[in-house]
Design a protein around this ligand. Structure first.
Ligand code: 4SX
Ligand code: FE2
Length: 347
């Protein structure tokens, strides 16, 4: 049976793009070492409990907020919407779906205008905002560039116990779908976009809701390699979790790191344009060994199994539900299954 394709809600808010992630961290100075000293993020603002960071090309106040707390978690994920009217549309749409929401006054998060925070049907706290402070333009301040030279936020990756439900929800919100991993009726993963790239958000099947990673765009593959060299050079190679490599899905060159609290960060470059209205979804078989790494390198188990806790609208940790579908890493062509699997190796 082919599942029916949900249509975009005609009254959905106009989401522009994934804008920033707010993570809680237990040690702000360790986080500063990792994100600022090693990866080269620009500090937009800071106070005793919070770091506001951005990439060199970013023209809104920040891409990443790190807030001190007793436990590491994802606080919320923020999308920019086109105008204030979209906040009203969002409030109504999420209310119709039975989701809790709250208006947060301008400045609650430094540099961000009035915003709507909602607990989405998948259990993530999502912020939508239209207005933000504009920081200095640093694109051509080459003398300031350092570390991985992060340019901008590219995407969020979420672990959800039911990928189809997550896919349908984002479809109704008007997201396009660039690529999937599927087999028969089972959707193992989906890459979904509002801006004209491969994704603003990807969904990964697993015990959820949990936060898998935040991906930052760098301009060149040598920025990815340099990231690895920098961590190797100071004997902090344990922060390098997966890669460097090239993704099959998205074609991006990548490396994943784990920050001092275990949050996963990806440095990502060279994906492609998806903006034409007839853009077609590229569907990968779960048995294709090139889907997650184009060179056929196996994905290490922690990448599939470990992810950050997520906070609800009140700041409490969301309970995690067991995966409700076959787990990709038990079925697919990766390190968990037998490398001798002939189906996987000949596709
Ligand atoms: O591992 S995948 O090649 O499926 C992949 C993972 C592709 C793009 C991403 O951003 C990602 O995190
Ligand atoms: Fe990613």
């Amino acid at each position: 049976m082919i599942p029916t394709e949900p249509q975009p809600d005609p009254d959905a808010p106009d989401i522009v793009r994934a804008a920033y992630a707010c993570l809680t961290v237990t040690d702000l100075s360790a986080a500063r070492w990792f994100y600022v000293d090693m990866l080269g993020f620009v500090v937009s603002d800071e106070d005793a409990d919070t770091l506001y960071l951005r990439g060199f090309d970013e023209l809104t106040h920040h891409n990443l907020v790190l807030r001190r707390a007793a436990r590491p978690a994802l606080s919320h994920l923020a999308y920019r919407v086109r105008s204030a009217r979209d906040l009203e549309l969002a409030e109504r749409l999420f209310a119709r779906a039975g989701c809790r929401s709250r208006l947060v006054p301008a400045g609650t998060t430094l540099g961000i205008g009035e915003a709507l925070r909602v607990e989405d049907p998948l259990g993530f706290t999502i912020e939508l905002f239209a207005d933000a402070e504009r920081p200095d333009r640093l694109t051509q301040r080459y003398e300031l560039r350092a570390g991985a030279e992060p340019a901008r936020l590219d995407h969020f990756n979420l672990v959800v116990s039911d990928v189809r439900q997550g896919y349908d929800h984002h479809r109704r919100l008007g997201f396009g779908c660039s690529e999937t991993i599927e087999e028969g009726d089972t959707l193992y993963a989906a890459w979904m976009f509002r801006k004209q790239t491969v994704h603003d958000v990807a969904l990964t099947g697993g015990d959820g809701p949990r936060f898998h990673h935040v991906g930052f765009f760098v301009h060149e593959s040598h920025n990815v390699l340099r990231t690895c060299d920098r961590f190797g050079a100071v004997h902090e190679e344990a922060h390098l979790e997966r890669g460097p490599g090239r993704h099959g899905i998205s074609n991006a060159f990548y490396v994943y790191l784990r920050d001092p609290d275990g949050h996963r960060v990806e440095m990502y470059t060279s994906d492609y344009y998806t903006g034409d209205p007839d853009h077609e979804t590229l569907r990968w078989s779960v048995h294709d060994p090139r889907r997650r790494d184009f060179y056929g390198n196996e994905v290490i188990p922690t990448w599939y199994t470990e992810a950050s806790a997520v906070l609800d609208l009140d700041g409490n940790e969301q309970p995690v539900r067991r995966i409700e579908q076959p787990a990709e890493h038990m079925v697919g062509a990766d390190g968990f299954t037998s490398p001798a699997d002939p189906v996987a190796r000949t596709s």
